[in-house]
Design a protein. Structure first.
Length: 278
């Protein structure tokens, strides 16, 4: 019990330090380049963690090339042009595959794992920056993403701890339950309602001018994809035989541990917002 309380306290303290910094990077216009650099730094560390997991499985990956390629994908998103980021991703993965062949590795598993790492961490992370760059509503979208993912994560944890009985994916993550998953979705919806009411009452122009059903529906999609991302990262760790992907964030683990849900949810919000705003 004391260990659980200590872990929760450590998580809360880490969040209390990081959250104001993140909000400043999102909301202060002059810090926009710093937000991009912050995302690129996290992606670089996340890529290092991913390739470390792959090596624990004995997979011969192009780690250094992959970290550079994935980081450049994130940096390219600063111009807010999806086609540019897609081109950098394609060129980076193509050159990485070429380097793998020239090195004499000739491993299908190595190439596949390397390319997936750039996609999983680099390409998906780029959508944080692409969201921030959306005209007018970029900062509001990033905050919506944070509210939905963090509410879903907290709701799933506390509801699962209190009422969880039916395992969601026992072989991948024994502590996750269907009750917790539903609790996470409900928490994300409640977060959407609060965000919508604040936007309406305080006339915050940085948030999308959508109706309440749209806010709720988008946050349901974000909660579901956040939990899928969480399960995928749990699968990678279990396959590699580790508890945490790293130790950068006390109480949370590594970058992949903290950002696994964000990686899947960010592209969903970006494409949904792009479709709605067209």
């Amino acid at each position: 019990m004391r260990r659980n309380r200590g872990a929760i306290l450590k998580r809360l303290l880490t969040t209390a330090v990081l959250l104001p910094l993140l909000l400043a990077l999102i909301l202060v216009p002059k810090l926009e380049p710093c937000f991009m650099l912050f995302c690129a730094l996290l992606a670089a560390v996340g890529l290092r963690e991913y390739f470390s997991l792959a090596r624990r499985k004995g997979i011969n990956v192009e780690g250094a090339f992959g970290i550079v390629a994935g980081t450049l994908v994130v940096l390219s998103a600063n111009w807010g042009r999806l086609e540019l980021t897609a081109m950098v991703f394609f060129v980076g993965t193509a050159l990485m595959a070429w380097a793998h062949i020239l090195a004499g590795a000739w491993s299908l598993t190595g190439v596949a794992a390397s390319v997936f790492g750039v996609f999983y961490v680099g390409w998906l992370s780029a959508h944080f920056v692409l969201l921030r760059q959306m005209p007018g509503i970029g900062p509001g979208l990033v905050i919506m993403l944070c509210v939905a993912v963090m509410a879903s994560d907290a709701g799933a944890y506390f509801v699962g701890k209190s009422f969880g009985k039916h395992k969601l994916a026992a072989r991948v993550s024994p502590n996750k339950t269907w009750e917790g998953a539903v609790g996470g979705v409900v928490a994300a919806v409640l977060g959407a309602v609060v965000l919508y009411l604040l936007r309406s009452s305080l006339h915050w122009g940085i948030y999308p001018d959508w109706g309440l059903p749209a806010y709720m529906g988008v946050c349901v999609a974000l909660a579901v994809t956040e939990q899928i991302g969480d399960l995928l990262e749990s699968m990678l760790k279990r396959d590699a035989g580790v508890k945490d992907s790293g130790g950068l964030f006390p109480g949370h683990g590594g970058v992949l541990d903290r950002c696994d849900g964000f990686l899947f949810a960010a592209p969903v919000l970006y494409y949904l917002a792009a479709l709605v705003e067209v």
